[in-house]
Write a protein that binds this ligand. Structure first.
Ligand code: SF4
Length: 295
Protein backbone atom coordinates (compact mmCIF):
# COMPACT_ATOMS: atom_id res chain seq x y z
CA UNK A 1 0.00 0.00 0.00
CA UNK A 2 1.46 3.38 -0.91
CA UNK A 3 1.57 6.28 1.52
CA UNK A 4 -1.46 8.01 0.03
CA UNK A 5 -3.54 4.82 0.14
CA UNK A 6 -2.59 4.40 3.79
CA UNK A 7 -3.76 7.93 4.47
CA UNK A 8 -7.04 7.23 2.70
CA UNK A 9 -7.54 4.09 4.77
CA UNK A 10 -6.89 6.01 7.95
CA UNK A 11 -9.28 8.73 6.89
CA UNK A 12 -12.08 6.26 6.29
CA UNK A 13 -11.58 4.54 9.64
CA UNK A 14 -14.21 5.40 12.25
CA UNK A 15 -13.49 8.60 14.09
CA UNK A 16 -12.05 8.20 17.58
CA UNK A 17 -14.48 8.98 20.41
CA UNK A 18 -13.02 12.44 21.03
CA UNK A 19 -13.97 13.54 17.51
CA UNK A 20 -17.51 12.17 17.53
CA UNK A 21 -20.02 14.93 18.07
CA UNK A 22 -23.48 14.38 19.48
CA UNK A 23 -26.31 15.98 17.57
CA UNK A 24 -28.34 17.90 20.08
CA UNK A 25 -30.16 21.16 20.61
CA UNK A 26 -32.55 20.83 17.65
CA UNK A 27 -34.83 23.57 18.99
CA UNK A 28 -31.99 26.04 19.46
CA UNK A 29 -30.53 25.21 16.06
CA UNK A 30 -33.87 25.85 14.40
CA UNK A 31 -34.26 29.16 16.22
CA UNK A 32 -30.75 30.21 15.18
CA UNK A 33 -31.35 29.23 11.58
CA UNK A 34 -34.57 31.26 11.47
CA UNK A 35 -32.82 34.28 12.93
CA UNK A 36 -30.02 33.99 10.35
CA UNK A 37 -32.44 33.53 7.47
CA UNK A 38 -34.54 36.50 8.51
CA UNK A 39 -31.42 38.67 8.67
CA UNK A 40 -29.93 37.14 5.48
CA UNK A 41 -26.73 36.32 7.34
CA UNK A 42 -24.15 33.59 6.93
CA UNK A 43 -22.11 31.85 9.59
CA UNK A 44 -18.80 30.11 9.20
CA UNK A 45 -20.32 27.47 11.51
CA UNK A 46 -22.52 26.27 8.65
CA UNK A 47 -20.47 27.33 5.65
CA UNK A 48 -17.29 25.65 6.90
CA UNK A 49 -19.18 22.62 8.28
CA UNK A 50 -17.80 23.20 11.74
CA UNK A 51 -18.09 20.15 14.01
CA UNK A 52 -18.99 22.37 16.98
CA UNK A 53 -22.17 23.74 15.46
CA UNK A 54 -24.56 21.90 17.80
CA UNK A 55 -22.56 22.85 20.85
CA UNK A 56 -22.16 26.52 19.93
CA UNK A 57 -25.66 27.10 18.59
CA UNK A 58 -27.14 25.40 21.64
CA UNK A 59 -25.28 28.01 23.67
CA UNK A 60 -26.76 30.63 21.32
CA UNK A 61 -23.44 31.69 19.91
CA UNK A 62 -22.23 31.69 16.32
CA UNK A 63 -19.50 33.23 14.19
CA UNK A 64 -20.91 35.52 11.55
CA UNK A 65 -19.29 35.38 8.13
CA UNK A 66 -19.71 38.63 6.25
CA UNK A 67 -19.16 39.74 2.66
CA UNK A 68 -21.19 36.90 1.19
CA UNK A 69 -20.97 33.15 1.07
CA UNK A 70 -18.55 32.81 -1.85
CA UNK A 71 -14.83 33.07 -1.28
CA UNK A 72 -12.57 34.43 -4.00
CA UNK A 73 -9.93 31.84 -3.04
CA UNK A 74 -10.15 28.06 -2.96
CA UNK A 75 -8.09 26.57 -0.15
CA UNK A 76 -7.90 22.79 -0.13
CA UNK A 77 -8.86 22.42 3.51
CA UNK A 78 -11.91 24.65 3.40
CA UNK A 79 -15.59 23.87 2.85
CA UNK A 80 -16.67 27.46 2.22
CA UNK A 81 -18.01 27.86 -1.30
CA UNK A 82 -15.84 29.62 -3.82
CA UNK A 83 -16.63 31.32 -7.04
CA UNK A 84 -17.94 34.67 -8.15
CA UNK A 85 -18.31 36.75 -4.99
CA UNK A 86 -21.66 38.44 -4.34
CA UNK A 87 -22.16 42.22 -4.33
CA UNK A 88 -21.44 43.71 -0.91
CA UNK A 89 -24.66 44.29 1.03
CA UNK A 90 -24.45 47.71 2.71
CA UNK A 91 -27.19 46.65 5.13
CA UNK A 92 -25.19 43.67 6.38
CA UNK A 93 -23.36 45.46 9.25
CA UNK A 94 -26.70 46.57 10.68
CA UNK A 95 -28.16 43.08 10.33
CA UNK A 96 -25.18 41.56 12.15
CA UNK A 97 -25.57 44.16 14.91
CA UNK A 98 -29.26 43.27 15.29
CA UNK A 99 -28.49 39.55 15.39
CA UNK A 100 -25.84 40.13 18.07
CA UNK A 101 -28.48 42.04 20.01
CA UNK A 102 -31.11 39.33 19.57
CA UNK A 103 -28.66 36.69 20.77
CA UNK A 104 -27.52 38.94 23.65
CA UNK A 105 -23.90 38.24 22.77
CA UNK A 106 -21.38 39.87 25.09
CA UNK A 107 -18.63 38.72 22.77
CA UNK A 108 -19.09 38.52 19.00
CA UNK A 109 -16.74 36.89 16.52
CA UNK A 110 -16.89 38.13 12.94
CA UNK A 111 -15.09 36.58 10.04
CA UNK A 112 -15.35 37.03 6.29
CA UNK A 113 -14.77 35.28 3.04
CA UNK A 114 -11.63 36.47 1.26
CA UNK A 115 -12.55 39.19 -1.21
CA UNK A 116 -9.56 39.71 -3.50
CA UNK A 117 -12.00 41.29 -5.97
CA UNK A 118 -12.54 44.32 -3.73
CA UNK A 119 -9.90 47.07 -3.71
CA UNK A 120 -9.65 47.01 0.10
CA UNK A 121 -10.39 43.28 0.45
CA UNK A 122 -13.58 44.18 2.32
CA UNK A 123 -11.77 45.88 5.21
CA UNK A 124 -14.10 48.90 5.31
CA UNK A 125 -17.10 46.57 5.46
CA UNK A 126 -15.49 44.64 8.32
CA UNK A 127 -14.82 47.92 10.15
CA UNK A 128 -18.41 49.05 9.53
CA UNK A 129 -19.64 45.77 11.00
CA UNK A 130 -17.53 46.16 14.15
CA UNK A 131 -18.77 49.75 14.53
CA UNK A 132 -22.40 48.76 13.98
CA UNK A 133 -22.18 45.99 16.58
CA UNK A 134 -20.70 48.30 19.17
CA UNK A 135 -23.09 51.13 18.51
CA UNK A 136 -26.11 48.80 18.91
CA UNK A 137 -24.51 46.75 21.71
CA UNK A 138 -22.14 49.05 23.61
CA UNK A 139 -21.06 46.34 26.09
CA UNK A 140 -20.22 43.75 23.44
CA UNK A 141 -16.60 43.00 22.65
CA UNK A 142 -15.78 42.10 19.06
CA UNK A 143 -13.16 39.70 17.77
CA UNK A 144 -12.36 39.73 14.05
CA UNK A 145 -10.85 36.93 11.99
CA UNK A 146 -9.57 38.50 8.80
CA UNK A 147 -8.05 37.50 5.49
CA UNK A 148 -4.53 38.66 4.67
CA UNK A 149 -5.89 41.66 2.71
CA UNK A 150 -2.99 40.96 0.37
CA UNK A 151 -0.89 42.73 2.99
CA UNK A 152 -2.44 46.12 2.39
CA UNK A 153 -1.50 48.11 5.47
CA UNK A 154 -4.36 50.55 4.92
CA UNK A 155 -6.85 47.67 5.13
CA UNK A 156 -5.37 46.36 8.38
CA UNK A 157 -5.29 49.91 9.79
CA UNK A 158 -8.94 50.36 8.85
CA UNK A 159 -10.02 47.22 10.73
CA UNK A 160 -7.85 48.01 13.77
CA UNK A 161 -9.27 51.54 13.93
CA UNK A 162 -12.73 50.06 14.52
CA UNK A 163 -11.43 48.73 17.85
CA UNK A 164 -11.82 44.94 17.89
CA UNK A 165 -10.45 43.42 21.10
CA UNK A 166 -8.84 40.64 19.06
CA UNK A 167 -7.44 40.84 15.55
CA UNK A 168 -7.10 37.34 14.14
CA UNK A 169 -5.56 36.00 10.99
CA UNK A 170 -4.94 32.28 10.69
CA UNK A 171 -1.62 30.89 9.56
CA UNK A 172 -3.59 27.63 9.10
CA UNK A 173 -0.61 25.35 8.49
CA UNK A 174 3.17 25.10 8.48
CA UNK A 175 5.43 26.73 5.88
CA UNK A 176 6.02 23.63 3.73
CA UNK A 177 2.34 22.80 3.35
CA UNK A 178 1.11 26.35 2.77
CA UNK A 179 1.56 26.44 -1.03
CA UNK A 180 -0.06 23.00 -1.31
CA UNK A 181 -3.08 23.73 0.85
CA UNK A 182 -3.81 27.46 0.92
CA UNK A 183 -4.87 29.26 -2.21
CA UNK A 184 -3.15 32.50 -3.27
CA UNK A 185 -1.67 32.72 0.20
CA UNK A 186 1.87 32.97 1.43
CA UNK A 187 3.22 31.85 4.82
CA UNK A 188 5.63 34.78 5.14
CA UNK A 189 3.00 37.26 4.01
CA UNK A 190 0.60 36.01 6.70
CA UNK A 191 3.35 36.45 9.28
CA UNK A 192 4.00 39.99 8.05
CA UNK A 193 0.27 40.78 8.29
CA UNK A 194 0.23 39.52 11.87
CA UNK A 195 3.40 41.41 12.77
CA UNK A 196 2.07 44.63 11.28
CA UNK A 197 -1.24 44.19 13.14
CA UNK A 198 0.64 43.58 16.41
CA UNK A 199 2.78 46.70 15.86
CA UNK A 200 -0.19 48.91 15.02
CA UNK A 201 -2.76 47.46 17.43
CA UNK A 202 -3.82 49.82 20.18
CA UNK A 203 -3.04 48.71 23.75
CA UNK A 204 -5.53 46.06 24.75
CA UNK A 205 -6.01 44.60 21.27
CA UNK A 206 -4.60 41.10 21.05
CA UNK A 207 -3.35 39.50 17.87
CA UNK A 208 -4.35 35.87 17.43
CA UNK A 209 -3.67 33.11 14.94
CA UNK A 210 -4.60 29.49 14.41
CA UNK A 211 -3.14 26.28 13.07
CA UNK A 212 -4.80 23.05 11.99
CA UNK A 213 -2.95 19.86 12.84
CA UNK A 214 -3.22 16.57 10.99
CA UNK A 215 -2.52 17.90 7.50
CA UNK A 216 0.84 16.13 7.26
CA UNK A 217 3.06 18.50 9.23
CA UNK A 218 5.87 17.31 11.48
CA UNK A 219 6.41 18.25 15.12
CA UNK A 220 9.51 20.25 14.15
CA UNK A 221 7.45 22.20 11.62
CA UNK A 222 4.78 22.97 14.21
CA UNK A 223 7.45 24.23 16.60
CA UNK A 224 8.84 26.45 13.82
CA UNK A 225 5.37 27.85 13.10
CA UNK A 226 4.90 28.62 16.80
CA UNK A 227 8.30 30.31 16.90
CA UNK A 228 7.42 32.34 13.80
CA UNK A 229 4.09 33.42 15.29
CA UNK A 230 5.72 34.56 18.52
CA UNK A 231 8.40 36.40 16.55
CA UNK A 232 5.51 38.26 14.90
CA UNK A 233 4.26 39.12 18.42
CA UNK A 234 1.14 36.99 18.15
CA UNK A 235 -0.18 36.49 21.70
CA UNK A 236 -2.94 33.93 21.29
CA UNK A 237 -2.90 30.73 19.29
CA UNK A 238 -5.43 28.01 18.62
CA UNK A 239 -4.67 24.51 17.41
CA UNK A 240 -7.27 21.93 16.39
CA UNK A 241 -7.60 18.72 14.45
CA UNK A 242 -8.08 19.15 10.71
CA UNK A 243 -11.14 17.21 9.53
CA UNK A 244 -11.69 16.70 5.83
CA UNK A 245 -15.01 18.44 5.05
CA UNK A 246 -15.62 16.52 1.80
CA UNK A 247 -13.91 13.95 -0.40
CA UNK A 248 -12.66 16.78 -2.62
CA UNK A 249 -10.71 18.39 0.21
CA UNK A 250 -7.18 17.63 1.40
CA UNK A 251 -7.09 14.24 3.17
CA UNK A 252 -6.47 13.90 6.88
CA UNK A 253 -2.92 12.67 7.37
CA UNK A 254 -3.07 11.97 11.07
CA UNK A 255 -5.39 12.02 14.06
CA UNK A 256 -3.85 13.80 17.03
CA UNK A 257 -4.82 12.61 20.50
CA UNK A 258 -6.24 14.94 23.17
CA UNK A 259 -3.08 14.35 25.23
CA UNK A 260 -0.90 15.52 22.38
CA UNK A 261 -3.01 18.67 22.06
CA UNK A 262 -2.51 19.29 25.79
CA UNK A 263 1.23 18.97 25.27
CA UNK A 264 1.08 21.50 22.42
CA UNK A 265 -0.79 23.96 24.63
CA UNK A 266 1.87 23.53 27.27
CA UNK A 267 4.69 23.95 24.73
CA UNK A 268 3.06 27.04 23.19
CA UNK A 269 2.56 28.76 26.53
CA UNK A 270 5.64 27.63 28.42
CA UNK A 271 8.30 27.20 25.73
CA UNK A 272 7.19 29.93 23.35
CA UNK A 273 5.49 32.38 25.69
CA UNK A 274 2.03 32.66 24.18
CA UNK A 275 -0.32 34.41 26.58
CA UNK A 276 -2.98 31.87 25.71
CA UNK A 277 -2.92 28.67 23.67
CA UNK A 278 -6.22 26.92 23.13
CA UNK A 279 -5.51 23.45 21.79
CA UNK A 280 -7.80 20.47 21.43
CA UNK A 281 -9.26 18.12 18.84
CA UNK A 282 -12.34 20.25 18.18
CA UNK A 283 -10.77 23.65 18.75
CA UNK A 284 -11.41 26.15 15.98
CA UNK A 285 -10.24 29.76 16.05
CA UNK A 286 -13.65 30.94 17.20
CA UNK A 287 -14.44 28.06 19.56
CA UNK A 288 -15.05 29.38 23.07
CA UNK A 289 -13.39 32.59 21.91
CA UNK A 290 -14.89 34.63 24.73
CA UNK A 291 -13.55 32.23 27.36
CA UNK A 292 -10.13 32.24 25.69
CA UNK A 293 -10.08 36.05 25.63
CA UNK A 294 -11.13 36.32 29.26
CA UNK A 295 -8.89 33.62 30.21
S1 SF4 B 1 -16.45 26.85 16.78
FE1 SF4 B 1 -16.83 28.82 15.76
S2 SF4 B 1 -17.34 28.26 13.67
FE2 SF4 B 1 -17.56 26.41 14.90
S3 SF4 B 1 -19.73 26.36 15.48
FE3 SF4 B 1 -18.61 27.38 17.14
S4 SF4 B 1 -18.76 29.55 16.67
FE4 SF4 B 1 -19.28 28.42 14.81
Amino acid sequence: MNEQAEEQTERKAPLPPWLRVRYSGGKERLAMRKLLERAKLHTVCESAKCPNLCDCWQRRTATFMILGNNCSRNCKFCAVEHGRPEPVDPAEPGHVAEAVNALKLRYAVITCVTRDDLPDGGAAHMAATVNAIRSRNPETKVEVLCSDYQEQHSAIDCVLAAGPVVFGHNLETVARLTPLIRSHADYQRSLRVLRYAAEQAPTGTLVKSGLMLGLGETAAEIRQALADLRAADVRMVTMGQYLQPSKDNWPVARIITPDEFKQWADIAENDFGFQKAVCGPLVRSSYLAEEAYNG
